[in-house]
Write a protein that binds this ligand. Structure first.
Ligand code: NAG
Ligand code: NAG
Ligand code: NAG
Length: 372
């Protein structure tokens, strides 16, 4: 072969390769753009407590095309070990999250009710856009927005093997959990060179949390939080709130003390700040984890935080006037109950900048700002 034919051979090969890249990659919108770059993935854990807006923050990640998002994987562990306490289950939840960050689904399979063959064994699978898209689910290709109802019916047969495959295709793996009460349990994850972990710690005014918890049945979870406590419901819910407040405070204090380990890897977010200035705060959060905010994404965030309930499907209605939601507890909650929560959560409220009310008049006076 002459030098010239070798040259033409290579020229043809490269042209063919670029043509393939152009046609295949640019025509296939379901390959997240990040995969084409092949960088080391970023692992993001949202830690929070019940009714604190973590589903909302999770959805903001779920909507991003570079994110593989799982809603509350620790739920399967808590449902499996209902008689145990949160302190023991921490470690199982931590190890499960660790495996899932590396796209290993084998431990999750052990906790699921039928051996973890299909994603429908996970209670909240249809909350995850990535689980509802190829390669996890090829039967349903979301177009014009992700529809969890359609996903629920069309993707329930998808396997966990496919889920693991899908997980490796994204630049960011994100999970949220309300089941970690102690940050020290998570610290070993920062030492694993396979992980690039960021923690987003989301807190909310305890009075709003307590008020919102009333509308949800959390008795199984509460029993695990209090480990077996069975008694008067009102006492139990105040005790749960006390435990949650102390845990949120301790998590933040440890994060501040562990600055060398957690440098640039821990971010505190108040739900109220997110609700009152969603676009600005989401931009900061995205920057912290290295995600780009598109114009379309910005419009979507504005839409879901300023409209009336548009998206009623699924149990998470996050499309509403989020600035109104922040103050809602002040009109719905008994002053007596407010005082109880302010008492058991005093330190956490002071630390995170939530001002107490001294009278029912102050509670109902909406011009009085209670957030520092
Ligand atoms: C899921 O599997 C069941 C049982 O094999 C089958 O009857 C059903 O049609 C499947 N559903 C979808 C959406 O593929
Ligand atoms: C925002 O809401 C409007 C009106 O409902 C809708 O037409 C538009 O598509 C939405 N935009 C995004 C990016 O979701
Ligand atoms: C409500 O609070 C504002 C701000 O502190 C105060 O100026 C106003 O007098 C209060 N209104 C009533 C009815 O107490």
């Amino acid at each position: 072969m002459s030098i010239r034919s070798i040259f033409f051979f290579f020229l043809l090969f490269f042209l063919g390769f670029f043509f393939y890249q152009f046609v295949y990659v640019s025509q296939n919108p379901h390959i997240p753009s990040s995969v084409q770059k092949q960088k080391k993935p970023v692992h993001i854990l949202i830690i929070s407590s019940w009714r604190s807006g973590s589903s909302f923050l999770g959805q903001i990640f779920n909507h991003h095309q570079d994110v593989f998002y799982l809603f509350e994987p620790g739920h399967s562990i808590w449902m499996r070990f209902r008689k145990e306490g949160a302190t023991l289950l921490h470690y199982l939840v931590r190890d499960l999250i660790h495996s899932l960050f590396t796209c290993d689904v084998s431990s999750l399979q052990q906790y699921l009710p039928r051996g973890g063959k299909q994603i429908s064994e996970m209670s909240f699978f249809s909350e995850s856009r990535a689980l509802c898209s190829p390669p996890s689910c090829s039967g349903y290709i979301p177009s014009g927005g992700f529809d969890r109802q359609k996903c629920f019916y069309r993707c329930k047969n998808a396997t966990l093997d496919k889920m693991a495959e899908a997980c490796t295709k994204y630049s960011h793996v994100v999970m949220k959990t309300v089941r970690i009460f102690d940050l020290s349990v998570l610290l070993p994850l920062f030492r694993d060179p396979a992980l690039d972990l960021r923690i987003l710690h989301l807190v909310r005014d305890p009075r709003a949390v307590a008020s919102s918890r009333k509308y949800f049945s959390l008795s199984v979870d509460d029993r695990i939080v209090l480990k077996g406590f069975i008694g008067n419901n009102n006492i139990a819910s105040t005790q749960v709130m006390e435990k949650i407040c102390n845990a949120q405070l301790a998590i933040n204090k440890l994060a501040m003390a562990a600055v060398p380990v957690l440098h640039d890897r821990y971010m505190l977010i108040r739900h109220e700040d997110l609700a009152l200035e969603p676009v600005k705060n989401v931009k900061d959060i995205y920057e912290f984890v290295g995600l780009k905010m598109s114009d379309d994404m910005e419009r979507w965030i504005h839409n879901i935080t300023h409209g009336e309930d548009k998206e009623k499907r699924g149990f998470m209605t996050f499309s509403r006037q989020s600035s109104k939601v922040v103050q809602k507890w002040r009109t719905t909650m008994d002053f007596k109950n407010v005082k109880e929560i302010q008492h058991v959560c005093k330190d956490a409220m002071e630390h995170f900048g939530y001002l107490p009310v001294k009278s029912i008049k102050e509670q109902k006076n909406m011009t009085l700002d209670l957030i520092l």
